[in-house]
Design a protein around this ligand. Structure first.
Ligand SMILES: *Cc1c(COP(=O)(O)O)cnc(C)c1O
Length: 230
């Protein structure tokens, strides 16, 4: 019983991996085209360590402060661990975020683009960590309470990130409305990515990652199906 929590996590990780493989197969896509980001927010080292030991290397966190508290120690000795920021980024946390994260999924406004450009240049001049990959978050459901640029503003925002701020944009991320079928939102994100020449599509969570894979997701962000309820 003592081991229950941990072996439970590893068993669920294997289950999710199996479901990803089947979804890729069903979609006629190579399994290597879809990366699993294990979303470890709210879980502590005791839950995450067995997942690292089982070979998982991409992890998602939604808060800079929380990630800063647990990941420096967890990733020590695992140079190949990739940390993904999937939650909102405040401009005054950008420097800390650059010191921790390999991919930022939540670029969503001009002021953040400006601050990222400034701090990425500073890190480069100081010989710091390489610049993170950057994804633009699109609010596909145009929900007022949700972060992300509106679908109709996405092309202009991506162009401004590139041309005004000199940023390299690698892809897009979305979180569909909880009370609607996700497929149309994933399809819309794919269209915006295609017309902007972007290759990374971060979409799909525990409840809908198979649908996201069918619609072209390159990165699925799965939390509760691996770690359990929060
Ligand atoms: C928490 C979170 C996830 C994971 O959600 P689950 O439903 O637990 O898989 C994915 N993406 C974002 C942006 C999140 O905040």
């Amino acid at each position: 019983m003592e081991q229950g929590g941990q072996s439970g996590v590893v068993g669920r990780l294997a289950e999710v991996r199996g479901r990803i493989e089947r979804a890729c197969h069903d979609a006629g896509r190579p399994v290597r085209d879809v990366q699993l980001i294990a979303v470890s927010k709210t879980f502590d080292a005791e839950h995450i360590t067995p997942v690292i030991a089982a070979g998982q290397r991409l992890f998602g966190e939604n808060r800079v402060q929380e990630a800063k508290g647990k990941w420096p120690e967890l990733r020590a000795g695992h140079a190949d661990i990739e940390l993904h920021l999937i939650g909102p980024l405040q401009s005054n946390k950008v420097r800390e975020a650059l010191a921790l994260f390999d991919v930022i999924h939540t670029l969503d406004r001009p002021s953040l683009a400006k601050e990222l450009a400034k701090e990425i240049a500073r890190a480069r001049d100081e010989g710091g960590r390489p610049a993170p990959r950057l994804l633009v978050q699109v609010n596909t459901g145009e929900e007022p309470q949700k972060a992300g640029v509106a679908p109709l503003e996405a092309d202009a925002f991506i162009a401004a990130c590139r041309d005004v701020h000199g940023l390299v944009i690698d892809g897009l991320m979305c979180i569909p409305p909880a009370d609607e079928p996700a497929a149309p939102h994933f399809a819309l994100l794919g269209e915006i990515a295609r017309r902007n020449g972007l290759s990374i599509l971060s979409m799909g969570m525990s409840g809908d990652f198979e649908t996201a894979i069918a619609l072209g997701a390159t990165h699925v962000r799965v939390g509760s199906a691996i770690f359990g309820g929060r």
